[in-house]
Design a protein around this ligand. Structure first.
Ligand code: ADP
Length: 163
């Protein structure tokens, strides 16, 4: 059985992520989408909220499950018995960072954990979670970036944070 892990911050998930997840779900028997819980990084949504949002966004894809993890990604992969990481590539600027991570993870796992890359769907190449948050923060329309309920949740967050 071919299994893979797609790790990310997903703060919040956007259409670029969802497109990568859909395509990867066709390549693997099981895909685990894993929210990285980083205590040192401030996020708009808590890890639990991100897991809930992802579960809703991916509810129609049967072979995808959502979890969170902290600590080293390779340790998490070994714990799950998964040796393939999926990552998305938008532009050459992503490449350097992703290449270094992939090589580090291969080295740390003695060559057990490999990374496969899916290039972005051109329609979503410009999308990042930080761009989504910035647009929303200044009152812009993010409906072309995220599902409607996510747009609403971001609006609510900023409304509360600004009060
Ligand atoms: P971001 O905050 O930049 O949206 P994440 O840390 O949540 O990113 O990203 C998780 C993975 O999704 C990374 O491999 C990242 O390169 C990929 N990704 C992010 N945005 C896109 C996009 N628009 N198209 C394809 N892959 C993407």
């Amino acid at each position: 059985m071919k299994r893979a892990i797609y790790p990310g911050s997903f703060d919040p998930v956007h259409f670029g992520h969802i497109d990568v997840i859909r395509r990867a779900s066709n390549m693997f028997d099981e895909l685990i989408v894993s929210v990285i819980h980083n205590k040192n990084k401030s996020a708009l949504f808590s890890t639990e909220e991100r897991v809930t949002i992802l579960n809703r966004a991916l509810a129609d894809i049967p072979n995808v499950s959502v979890e969170s993890f902290d600590g080293l990604l390779v340790n998490y992969c070994c714990q799950k018995g998964v040796s393939t990481i999926v990552r998305g590539l938008r532009a050459i600027t992503d490449f350097e960072f992703e290449l270094q991570n992939a090589q580090t993870n291969a080295k740390l796992s003695n060559g057990v954990v490999d990374t496969v890359f899916l290039t972005t769907n051109l329609e979503y190449a410009y999308l990042s979670s930080s761009a989504v948050k910035e647009i929303a923060y200044f009152g812009g329309d993010v409906s072309m970036c995220v599902p409607d309920y996510v747009a609403e949740m971001i609006r609510e967050k900023y409304k509360t944070n600004k009060e």
